[in-house]
Each structure stands twice: as structure tokens, then as C-alpha cells.
Design a protein around this ligand. Structure first.
Ligand code: ADP
Ligand code: MG
Length: 438
């Protein structure tokens, strides 16, 4: 068998270029023995039934001083778990990692922060900027895995952060340093130590800028939890998602704002994403979209102007262009709003991207408001609009209404078919068709 020394792909024939990882001259011949002996000598092992009364104690969890982080992890970091935190370069992984050290240290945990990417001066400067200074934090700057492994085994820290996996190398593992195969073995070693010593280990991995998830993808099955940090486009907001979690749900997201002194929790993201003064202006409609399982208040802005050209221009930012064309077509068929000789611009404020249909009604309301020059005030619009002009129910409508209520909104326009709960103090106008939109 020939085995690629870079990615450990196998081939029966020698080839110059590895078809899996694209590296040249990496195939090495090796002897692979399928069966150690000709005799099958397995032992019969006792099987058991499911435990009808499993212990309620469950897994020990470390709670941090960031509610957003704890929520993403499903209620805290599980003791003895291996977590992979990945994201694009520059997104703020090292920032988050250093802040996590402080967040856990201030809750009486001992944290070991290992950096192979930056020297002590750089880390200290960042720590000062972020206000990270807890005595329970120890630092190690090294990229040689064998000494890291030995230090971790002897350390009294129960939370270990390694920034980052891609710069680690080991002289005792076969395969070339930095190769996927080596990284995979180091990840397995981390899992081993996490389980054996009940230490929680957080590994940081990079994802390339072009959006393709490089080797962190191939490590996902080796770890307990995969966290992914991403931008909310242009603004200084970050979303932390759990793509995989053996100890909790994967639909919760954490929201943060990046500031000079690091990532700040956004427990009530709603009011961050809208302009308080917009409700008096025409062309602005408020709605809630769902991010993970969280309702987020967003503002849809529309502008309609008399067209100077042969055909009217339609331009969308934050929602799909095709969606805007479709909504305009539905509007001209079922409402009295005539847009035939008007350019229409639609934008979701703060550079947020929405691909779910729950905001359709709000888009139509915003366009109609701009055309009629009639402000909509603080009304929330929730509903999907079908090609027949019917306003349809949307996913998590009740949750969106509850959140609206929590943030102090008292009026909403919703689909007539909604049968769920209406929060106290909330007045809802139910409509069947966009014709009824005032
Ligand atoms: N002085 C600063 N003020 C505000 N934000 C900063 C400052 N320095 C760095 N940042 C933020 O930190 C990000 C870089 O974070 P870092 O943790 O180094 O990313 P990563 O480890 O993912 O490559 C920058 O994109 C910027 O948003
Ligand atoms: Mg970094």
C-alpha cells in the first residue's frame, strides 16, 4: 500500500501527486497487514440494557462570566471535554481565548493558556488591553507538542487553551510537521488527556478566508464540541455558534460586540440592530428574524424613487435580489402600490444578512411605507408572503412575539392563521392577505 505522508490517504499504486491533498511526492510505500492471525479469537462480552434511572448528576460544567459563551456551550463548559474553536484569521479567536481564560479564572478555575503563535510581549499587551490579569491564569509560549503534552499532564489547570493547533509540531509523531496527519494525532492525544485527567481542552483552529473550511473540518469528528466564530458582516458584531456539541444543543448562538477592550456579551441584541429614531421616518419597518434559535430585532429600510431610465432599478442588500423582485411582483398584483415607474432599494440595517421568509411582510411594509411616505411607527411585521399574496405563518412566531414584548413593543401585524399565544400587552392585527396591509 502507498500512504500519503501529508494527509494519510492510501493508494494501491504509487502516484506523484496525492489526489486527496494535492501534495507532490508524498506517497510512501508501506506494508499493511489486514489480519494479525488467521484465527478469529474474539471473546464474548456481557451486553446490558439501557439504564431506566440514569443518575441525575450529569456532567460537571464550568460556568464562565459570559452568559453568551455559557449558552452556546449548552450551559457551561463540560469537564473533560475537547473543544475546537475555529474561525477566519483576524476574527477574534485569540481575543476570545484570552478573555475565556479570565472568564473561567474569575470563577475559581485554573486556566493554562498556551500560545504557539505569539510571544509573551504580544500576549501581555493584549491581556492589558482586554483587562485579563487573574492570578489563576498561567501562560506558556511553546509550539513543541511533546513538551506541551508533558506540561499539561503535570499542570494543576483544569482548563487548557491551545492557540493554535496549526503551529504545533511534534518530533515523536511520524508524518511531516504541520501535516494534517500530525495534527490529527495531536488532537487524539488531547482527547486522551482530556478524558483521562478530566481537563477541558480548547483547541483553536483556522479557517481559510475564501470560506472553505480547511483541515478543521477533518478534525470535527475527533472532538466533543465544535465552536465557530463568525462576522455579522460589516459591523463589529460576532456570532459564536456550536456546530457540534456532544453535551448540548447546536442551535444556540452567542452574540458579541467587538470593542477596544474585547468581546462584550449582547444578551439583548434587538435594540443594537435598529435606529431608535427610524420609527418616525417612512420606508422603515421592524421585524424579527431568527438566528440559531434566537429572535433578533432588525430594521428593513426601503427607498422608492421615480425612475429616470427606461426600466426601473431594483437593488437589494441583506436579502436575495430575486426575493425583492418577487415581492415587488406580488405587491403590484395584490396591492394598490404601483411601482412600475419607480426604482426600489431595499436594505437590512447594520449589514445583516437574512435568508428566511419570516421577514417578507416587513419588506413589503417598508417598500409600501416609502412609496406612500407614511411612517410605520413601532409596529412589528411578521409573516411570510406567498405568490398569491397570502400572509403565511412563520417558524418560531411565538418566540418572536415574546421577544418583541420583552423589548417593549406593543403592536404587531401577524398572519391570520397564527394560533399560538399572544403576549400580554401586545395588540396584534391579524391579516390574511397583503391587500389588508394599511
Ligand atoms: N486595539 C483594538 N481595538 C479594537 N479591536 C481590536 C484591537 N486590536 C484588535 N482588535 C480586534 O481583534 C481582531 C483580531 O483578533 P485576534 O484575536 O487576533 O484574531 P484571530 O486570533 O482570530 O486571528 C481584529 O479583527 C479586531 O476586530
Ligand atoms: Mg490568533
Amino acid at each position: 500500500m502507498f500512504i500519503c505522508s501529508s494527509c494519510s490517504a492510501t493508494s494501491a499504486k504509487w502516484t506523484g501527486k496525492c489526489p486527496t491533498c494535492g501534495e507532490w511526492n508524498t506517497f510512501v510505500e508501506s506494508t499493511v497487514q489486514k489480519w494479525k492471525s488467521k484465527v478469529w479469537n474474539g471473546k464474548i462480552v456481557e451486553t446490558r440494557a439501557l439504564d431506566p434511572n440514569p443518575s441525575q448528576k450529569g456532567i460537571e460544567r464550568y460556568v464562565s462570566s459570559s452568559g453568551e459563551l455559557d449558552a452556546v456551550l449548552g450551559g457551561g463548559l463540560s469537564a473533560g471535554s475537547l473543544v475546537l474553536l475555529s474561525g477566519e484569521p483576524g476574527i477574534g479567536k485569540s481575543t476570545l481565548a484570552l478573555q475565556m481564560s479570565e472568564w473561567y479564572a474569575s470563577r475559581n478555575q485554573n486556566v493554562l493558556y498556551i500560545s504557539g503563535e505569539e510571544h509573551i510581549g504580544q500576549i501581555s499587551a493584549r491581556a492589558i488591553r482586554l483587562g485579563v490579569s487573574h492570578p489563576n491564569i498561567s501562560l506558556l509560549t511553546d509550539s513543541e507538542f511533546d513538551s506541551i503534552f508533558a506540561t499539561v499532564e503535570r499542570s494543576n489547570a483544569n482548563i487548557i487553551i491551545i492557540d493554535s493547533l496549526s503551529v504545533l509540531s511534534s518530533s515523536s509523531i511520524e508524518w511531516s510537521p504541520g501535516s494534517i496527519s500530525q495534527i490529527r494525532i495531536m488532537t487524539e492525544m488531547c482527547m486522551h488527556i482530556a478524558k483521562k485527567m478530566q481537563k477541558s481542552i480548547i483547541l483553536i483552529g483556522h479557517v481559510t478566508k475564501d470560506g472553505s473550511i480547511g483541515w478543521p473540518k477533518s478534525l470535527e469528528h475527533l472532538v466533543d464540541v465544535v465552536l465557530f466564530l463568525e462576522w455579522v458582516r460589516t459591523e463589529n458584531y460576532r456570532i459564536l455558534r456550536a456546530l457540534k456539541n456532544r453535551f448540548g444543543p447546536t442551535d444556540s448562538v452567542g452574540l458579541f460586540r467587538m470593542e477596544e477592550n474585547g468581546l462584550i456579551d449582547l444578551p439583548n441584541p434587538g435594540l443594537e440592530f435598529i435606529d431608535q429614531e427610524s420609527s418616525v421616518l417612512s420606508g422603515s419597518a421592524l421585524t424579527f428574524t431568527i438566528e440559531g434559535n434566537r429572535p433578533i430585532l432588525i430594521e428593513i429600510e426601503a427607498l422608492t424613487t421615480y425612475t429616470k431610465f427606461w426600466y426601473p432599478k431594483r437593488s437589494a442588500r441583506g436579502i436575495h435580489q430575486g426575493k425583492l423582485d418577487l415581492l415587488i411582483a406580488v405587491m403590484s398584483k395584490f396591492t394598490g402600490v404601483d411601482l412600475e415607474s419607480h426604482d426600489v432599494y431595499l436594505n437590512i440595517a447594520r449589514g445583516i444578512q437574512v435568508s428566511e421568509p419570516g421577514v417578507d411582510l416587513a419588506c413589503i411594509a417598508a417598500i409600501s411605507s416609502s412609496k406612500k411616505e407614511k411612517p410605520l411607527g413601532k409596529t412589528i411585521y411578521l409573516g411570510e408572503v406567498s405568490l398569491t399574496g397570502v400572509v403565511k405563518n412563520v417558524l418560531f412566531l411565538e418566540r418572536r412575539l415574546m421577544e418583541a414584548n420583552k423589548l417593549g413593543f406593543v403592536h404587531a401585524v401577524i398572519p391570520a392563521s397564527y394560533e399560538g399565544k399572544i403576549p400580554k400587552w401586545m395588540e396584534c392585527t391579524r391579516i390574511k392577505n397583503i391587500k389588508e396591509l394599511k
